[in-house]
Write a protein that binds this ligand. Structure first.
Ligand code: FAD
Length: 478
């Protein structure tokens, strides 16, 4: 952290780079960037104890300005925390060590669209929803649909290794990226090789994906596009047991079928969350699938085969209208009145594992989360398997404590105990500790256990690239 006078000097120097209208002084910066969407960051800010304490915030409009800001920060040894939409749920974007918040939202141009290759160069601060709307107007799609699409930026999605509701067919964000433009922690502007499938050495592009701002500032990305589909077909199936649903999902994913959406809600999530959103009475484990594409015969044929696979696993096939309503309402789960607000405690343990381990991960994680919360707090837990791969799936265990302890420290202890239990049980059962929300402050303590001896390699990469430890110091446990 820098002193008050130093803050003014820093703001003046930043103003010379970006114009004073693009610099916020301490009190405004601390108001505007008081928290991301991590429950504890929100609760602490509401209690007047914000963990995000920027000394100044700056909004560059060009990559060259980003490079100059990072050089300045190096000269002054001031920490820099990049900020996209501030929609992260792990605490990553909070300036917990003070210094500069680097808000990238003014870096928001679509620089070029190549309709022949179906690629696009988009700047990092572009909001996902705005990007998608612009592409849709031209018959195109980015196909990255996070539930936070109204806030999340392209750069934030890349940096937190995000995923959207269509990931099962179109991939996680890392699958959408061909190349990146980024500013190194010492202020050089770099562009990575133009395509990701090459044998020209290691994949530098992917080093930045999921780095949460610790290894560089993403300023633009060359991304894949798709044509908007002509056909969307829904399949909704109810299974007598979770095991049947998981097994049907495994067969679908290992058969070469490509559902764009595949969400398996356990019985609690189906009855309490999905049923409410789609307006149907659902009591059993429920699978919502959507197939899409250019050729309706192909799409409908895929849906038919997937239906038969579900029936092989004892499913009752429900009205496809439920799927269509789900599609229309796919984001409502994450906003009031569905989404929790203070004084609740909430959060998601989202972990990923292969099919060999996935059921044990589900059993152990949900059991540990429930056991970690004293009965008096009435924890609710809704779990779904929402991003599927050819080799496994992610598990999204969404917990809520309606009213936690009034004291912030006690509330945090309860939150941490529930998370620790869930994450440790998941990892012990064979999962990787996160699928698409990133690490942030919340999961940083688990990094050494996740990486083992590999943690030393990560730290050495960080030290080599960022000798002054300017970018997000302490984040990712680096
Ligand atoms: C209601 C809700 C629903 C959500 N649903 C989803 C979902 O469906 N899928 C999903 O993946 N996530 C989801 N999230 C989590 C969140 O939206 C994602 O993590 C998202 O990718 C964060 O993007 P952002 O632009 O808001 O990044 P921020 O929160 O601003 O930042 C995230 C991290 O990236 C760093 N960063 C930001 N921009 C850059 C950059 N240009 N260069 C380098 N580092 C950078 C920040 O320092 C921070 O470490 C949800 C969150 C909420 C609140």
């Amino acid at each position: 952290m820098v002193t008050k006078d130093a803050n003014s000097t820093l703001a003046e120097s930043l103003g010379k780079i970006v114009g004073s209208e693009n610099v916020l002084l301490t009190s405004e910066a601390r108001t505007q960037y008081a928290s991301d969407q991590w429950w504890y960051a929100i609760a602490a800010a509401a209690a007047g104890e914000a963990i995000s304490k920027p000394d100044v915030a700056v909004s560059p409009t060009t990559p060259e300005q980003v490079a100059q800001i990072i050089k300045l920060a190096n000269n002054l040894h001031v920490p820099v925390t990049p900020w996209g939409g501030g929609s992260g749920v792990q605490g990553a974007a909070n300036a917990d060590k003070g210094g500069i918040i680097l808000d990238l939202k003014k870096l928001n141009r679509v620089r070029a669209i190549d309709k022949r290759s179906l690629t696009c160069v988009v700047e990092a601060g572009k909001i996902c929803k705005e990007f998608e709307a612009e592409l849709n107007a031209d018959g195109l799609s980015f196909t990255h649909y996070p539930a936070s699409t109204e806030w999340a930026t392209i750069g934030g999605s890349i940096s937190a290794r995000g995923s959207g509701v269509l990931s099962t067919k179109y991939g996680k964000i890392e699958d959408h990226i061909l190349s990146l433009e980024f500013v190194t922690p010492t202020g050089e502007l770099v562009t990575t090789p133009s395509v990701p499938r090459h044998a020209a050495g290691p994949e530098l592009t992917q080093l930045l994906v999921g780095a949460e701002g610790t290894l560089g500032i993403v300023t633009a990305a060359t991304v894949k596009l798709h044509n908007l589909p002509n056909q969307r077909t829904f399949v909704v199936a109810a299974f007598p047991t979770l095991k049947d649903g998981v097994e049907a999902g495994r067969i679908i994913m290992t058969s070469g079928l490509k559902p764009a959406v595949m969400r398996l809600y356990d019985a609690e999530a189906a009855a309490h969350s999905l049923a409410r959103a789609v307006g149907s009475d659902l009591q059993l484990t429920t699978l919502v699938m959507m197939f899409d594409g250019e050729y309706s015969e192909l799409v409908n044929h895929e849906a038919k085969i997937a239906t038969e696979i579900c029936q092989d696993y004892h499913a009752s096939i429900l009205s496809e209208d439920i799927g269509a309503v789900w599609w229309d309402k796919r984001y409502v789960f994450y906003y009031p009145p569905y989404a929790p607000e203070l004084p609740s405690i909430w959060g998601t343990v989202d972990v990923v594992a292969d099919f060999e381990h996935i059921e044990a991960v589900y059993e152990e994680t949900t059991k540990a989360i429930r056991a970690a919360c004293p009965a008096e707090f009435n924890l609710s837990l809704n779990t779904h398997f929402s991003h599927w791969y050819e080799w496994g799936s992610m598990i999204y265990a969404r917990m809520k404590v309606p009213t936690g302890p009034a004291d912030l420290t006690e509330a945090k202890e309860l939150h941490d105990a529930i998370f620790r239990a869930g994450v440790e049980a998941a990892m012990k059962a064979g999962a990787v500790m996160n699928d698409h929300h990133g690490v942030g402050i919340r999961l940083a303590p688990f990094m050494p256990a996740q990486y083992g001896a590999g943690m030393d390699s990560l730290k050495r990469i960080k030290q080599a690239l960022d000798p002054n430890n300017i970018l997000c110091p302490g984040k990712l446990s680096l």
